[in-house]
Design a protein around this ligand. Structure first.
Ligand code: C5P
Length: 236
């Protein structure tokens, strides 16, 4: 069950993980009306992709800026204001209390929503220990999700496997956004914990981030349409 009424097509976020603006623009043109929500991350942002946020927003699309901010509160706040001024819909920050608090305060008055990244999915307990943490991944994910909720963060990025347990912790007010999505039959690539779109929605995900299964499909537009159709079937 999802917290708010989101149009089926808006639940698919296509990750523009491409190396150039030209490649991004070509993919956006190819996907046309089939995709309403895009994600811009490090790869595209650092080759001049941020003006594309304003361009896409101006064309009526939504944009998830996956910049995973983490710095002193003042710097986070000013960065959040800048991203909000571009017209982005979502922005990720690392789930440290000071960072989340600064980001939530700075997005007030704009339509930008802040998503917290609890623990990177490439981390296991050993990686956390090596970084000086005493908690396990699952305990730290849970603790940070609770802190995010208390601080008024709008949503959480999590693996589809974490969605059901996080939904119990944060209730239905926060958005759960899940990468690691693979339609049945698609190559898993380097993703280890994957789910089909339908299963991720059933587990409680609100938005699905999909990169390669759309970008590398012989017909990306048809691949996006098929995922949206699967989402529509799964949403109750
Ligand atoms: O190509 P694929 O569908 O695996 O792309 C997933 C997208 O979601 C990528 O942009 C990746 O950086 C992002 N992501 C992820 N796992 C996370 C967080 C973000 O795959 N835990």
């Amino acid at each position: 069950m999802q917290p708010v009424n989101i149009a089926h097509r808006d639940r698919l976020i296509v990750a523009l993980d491409v190396p150039t603006i030209a490649a991004a623009e070509a993919m956006i043109a190819r996907l046309g009306d089939s995709v309403t929500f895009y994600k811009i991350g490090y790869q595209l942002a650092y080759v001049g992709g941020l003006p594309l946020v304003r361009q896409l927003a101006g064309a009526g699309k939504k944009v998830f800026t996956d910049l995973k901010l983490h710095d002193i509160g003042n710097t986070v706040a000013r960065g959040v204001e800048s991203v909000a001024s571009l017209g982005a819909t979502f922005l990720t920050v690392h789930a440290y209390p000071q960072t989340m608090k600064a980001a939530v305060e700075a997005r007030a008055g704009s339509s930008l929503k802040i998503l917290a990244v609890t623990v990177l999915t490439s981390y296991d307990d050993g990686d956390l220990h090596a970084a000086g943490y005493r908690l396990s991944v699952s305990d730290l994910v849970e603790a940070r999700a609770q802190q995010a909720q208390v601080l008024g963060v709008d949503g959480i990025v999590c693996s589809p496997e974490e969605a059901a347990s996080l939904r119990k912790i944060v209730g239905h007010q926060m958005n759960l956004v899940t990468p690691g999505i693979r339609p049945a039959g698609a190559a898993s690539g380097d993703q280890k914990r994957i789910m089909t779109p339908a299963r991720a929605i059933a587990a409680g995900a609100d938005y699905l981030v999909v990169g390669r299964p759309v970008l590398e499909a012989p017909d990306p537009k048809a691949a996006a349409d098929a995922i949206v159709a699967e989402i529509a079937q799964a949403v109750k």
